[in-house]
Design a protein around this ligand. Structure first.
Ligand code: NIG
Ligand code: FE
Length: 410
């Protein structure tokens, strides 16, 4: 037996393991359950008393009034930013719309100016501080997009900052995504096709150096067309990168169709997807990533959840952490809003921030089952439905990434 074995026992162990799920219990919960951790992996998952009896030498943490879940996985963030857009929030509350704010020099291009003026170390420091706070909320993996550089040097600088932050095993693990096609930089002078071709050309070096695992594009009214996104995303595919899309935030302009065509990992936002688009997503097995904090900030109606469900599209829920439309770092807040404002169930919310999010990022975490990485959260909450309540404060007791404690409440 290895010396590094630890057993954690909790009142409820929410495995998110499809092998344990039943129609009445989609989360595969084990009451008075436990996990045996060996090094960085889960060795066994089962009844706490059995594990304690069979492995008397293992270190033990017993929390009969706590809930154990997989570490949360935030599958859509723009966390590598600096600067402040707080003034924009005030404009928005005074009635200005997204597109009006962008025309007034705010929005994504405002963050672009701040990020272009920052060094890689400054971006890294801001990102690391944010990731620490995310970890304290139970997050053990985070997708981070570029998209505030909008020129080759600064897009790469953002991705290099993600790579730097990703070297710290005391933070959540990171998945970098290239989002050159986020907004049109001023120097592109209205030439969206030309800018898309330039983004596609930057991808080769980015892919070769392993700076991104996915490419994303913002396909919407007032953003990029599906044809422009295809220029970048098809190239990403050729270079072996995965693909994800922002689509249907304001209008359905063909982003979901493109996602289905390219076998995207997810289509994100989804407030305005047509039924035909949703059926295409279902056929192609593309996940829908819901971003309820952004639609809360923009006071939008929810996505067509019932149509997504009926079509069998798997749901992911993410924070969309960004300085404009989702000024939050809290995936638990996104879950609370998903349940309250979108009407998704507790199980849909939790699976959407664990297993489904992990699958969409190609990660092996997001479930508690033997062989999976020991990425987990012990919540100071008696049951999983409490995780999606809007506490506004951290309710975690312990967060582990690959068997190492990265957060421990005092
Ligand atoms: O996901 N929709 C486009 N992108 C972001 C907004 C980013 C920003 O405003 O800086 C989003 O909501
Ligand atoms: Fe986004």
């Amino acid at each position: 037996m290895s010396e590094k074995q630890t057993i954690i026992v909790a009142g409820r162990v929410v495995t998110c393991d499809p092998a344990r799920a039943t129609p009445d219990d989609p989360l595969g919960v084990i009451e008075q359950g436990g996990v045996l951790i060996d090094g960085s992996r889960l060795e066994q998952v089962g009844l706490g008393a059995d594990l304690l009896r069979r492995h008397p030498e293992a270190a033990r943490r017993e929390h009969p009034d706590g809930t154990l879940t997989p570490g949360l996985v935030d599958a859509h963030t723009h966390a590598a930013w600096v600067g402040s857009r707080a003034g924009e929030y005030a404009m928005r509350m005074a009635g200005a719309g997204y597109e009006q704010i962008a025309r007034a020099g705010g929005g994504i291009v405002a963050s672009m100016r701040a990020v272009r003026a920052a060094s890689r170390d400054e971006i890294t420091r801001a990102l690391v501080a944010r990731l620490r706070r995310m970890a304290a909320l139970g997050v053990t993996a985070v997708e981070v997009k570029s998209g505030y550089g909008l020129d080759e040097t600064t897009e790469r600088r953002q991705l290099e900052a993600v790579a730097r932050a990703g070297e710290d095993a005391g933070l959540p693990r990171l998945v970098p995504t290239f989002l050159g096609l986020h907004a049109l930089p001023p120097e592109a002078a209205g030439d969206r096709d030309g800018y898309a071709r330039r983004c596609a050309a930057w991808l080769e070096g980015i892919a070769r150096e392993g700076l991104a695992r996915y490419a994303d594009a913002y396909v919407d009214r007032g953003a990029f067309s599906a044809a422009q996104a295809r220029i970048v995303l098809a190239r990403a595919r050729e270079l072996g990168l995965g693909v994800r899309l922002h689509a249907g935030q304001f209008a359905d302009v063909g982003g979901a169709e493109l996602a289905a065509e390219l076998g995207a990992a997810s289509v994100d936002h989804c407030e305005h997807l047509s039924e035909a688009s949703i059926l295409r997503l279902a056929e192609a097995g593309v996940r829908a990533a819901l971003l309820p904090v952004a639609s809360f900030t923009l006071a939008q109606a929810p996505p067509p959840i019932e149509t997504l469900r009926r079509a069998g599209v798997r749901l992911v829920v993410a924070s969309d952490a960004n300085p404009g439309t989702a000024p939050t770092e809290s995936l638990p807040l996104a879950l609370a809003l998903g349940v309250r404002s979108y009407g998704i169930s507790v199980a849909e919310a939790l699976l959407g921030a664990t297993r489904e999010a992990a699958v969409s990022l190609g990660l092996p975490s997001g479930v508690l089952r033997p062989g999976a990485p020991a990425d987990l959260v012990l919540w100071d909450l008696p049951e999983e439905s409490a995780i999606v309540q809007p506490w506004g404060t951290a309710r975690v007791r312990l967060v582990m990434r690959e068997g190492q404690v990265i957060v421990q409440a005092s």
